[in-house]
Design a protein around this ligand. Structure first.
Ligand code: TRP
Length: 336
């Protein structure tokens, strides 16, 4: 029996943080042996916001190394760089020509990011979901693991499949395959350390709001020391008036590998002064093996390059095949 295919990616803007790890990569790693996986570095999406050409390549390598350090296994997973497979941009153009403008204008993420950039907002921010649809559809995956915030983009992708197939296929012979979302399990939504009602995010201007996977122990300690709490003694899960408390307890539970019941019992009479060192310790120990592995990978640049070269070849073979099929359906003369 052939295994189902899974595809996902992360935008290579800034550092990977604990939210990326617990919310996405850790799930990829846990599920990888059941699927045929493709995980890529979305460095074309990275330039939809102003970017620094001096750090773009290094950031991409760093995140690739972190994918490996977090446990992606090349036996099950192919890792590649989006900008190194030209089919992504070519197919995105073809798809953009059948995407109604108002679909894109209605995207929540576009509206939120556009407000922040005012007059400067680039066309790429608007067409971001079309490139994302291209990323996905080229590989004909069965499942696409994404966070809540990307669900709308996946729905647009599915709508685009129907539109494309209606225009250029037949009901018996659809051209593109419609993927299913794989929305991550509850409990993995990591919130900001400075505001428990907001997601931990790369775009938060405050470094104190997130733990980066490569933060050294003293930085972790300082961020936990200064994170937002509340004046109440006795720590509990799930109190809607105490979002920070729920987030920090959940982090502690996951990072120390304990059950919810065990943590609830351990912390029910605790104050923050007693809890924070425990959380700090759990976080440092959980990140230490990832950081060590990351360092070993970065020390062997040729290994990392060979991983990405192999990934590019494998990905290109699949992507080019789907692209050719789509172009043919649209009526293009393919080169002989
Ligand atoms: N937009 C996604 C994010 O920022 C990254 C991404 C780009 C992606 N293309 C994708 C995720 C295709 C899944 C599938 O998180």
């Amino acid at each position: 029996m052939t295994r189902q295919r899974v595809l996902s990616g992360i935008q290579t803007t800034g550092y990977l943080h604990l939210g990326n790890y617990l919310g996405a990569i850790r799930n990829w790693v846990e599920g990888q042996s059941h699927y045929d996986n493709y995980f890529f570095l979305a460095d074309l999406h990275a330039i939809t916001v102003p970017h620094d050409p001096k750090t773009l390549a290094a950031d991409t390598y760093t995140i690739a190394a972190l994918y490996l350090a977090c446990g992606l296994d090349l036996q099950h997973s192919t890792i590649f760089v989006q900008s190194q497979v030209p089919a992504h941009t070519e197919f995105a153009w073809l798809l953009s020509c059948i995407t109604p403008l108002n679909w894109l204008e209605d995207m929540i993420q576009f509206k939120e990011k556009a407000v922040k950039q005012g007059q400067e907002v680039g066309t790429g921010l608007l067409t971001y979901p079309v490139l994302m649809a291209s990323d996905i559809l080229l590989y004909e995956p069965d499942k696409v693991p994404v966070g809540e915030d990307q669900k709308q983009h996946l729905e647009l992708t599915r709508d685009l499949v129907d539109r494309f197939n209606y225009k250029f296929g037949t009901p018996e012979k659809p051209v593109l395959k419609r993927p299913d979302p794989l929305i991550r399990a509850e409990g993995a939504r990591v919130m900001s350390l400075t505001d428990g009602t907001r997601k931990m995010s790369k775009s938060d201007p405050s470094e104190l709001s997130r733990i980066n996977l490569l933060d050294p122990p003293d930085v972790i300690q300082n961020k936990i020391k200064r994170c937002k709490t509340d004046p109440i003694r006795g720590l509990v899960f799930g109190d809607p008036d105490r979002p920070e408390c729920n987030n920090l307890l959940t982090l502690y539970m996951i990072l120390s590998n304990q059950t919810k019941e065990a943590v609830a019992a351990e912390c029910q009479d605790m104050g923050w002064g007693q809890f924070k060192p425990l959380l700090t310790e759990a976080m440092i120990s959980a990140l230490q093996p990832i950081q060590e592995k990351y360092q070993a990978i970065m020390d062997d640049r040729s290994y990392l390059e060979s991983v990405l070269r192999d990934g590019r070849e494998k990905a290109s073979a699949i992507a080019n095949k789907t692209l050719a099929k789509a172009k043919k359906a649209m009526g293009y003369a393919l080169p002989l």
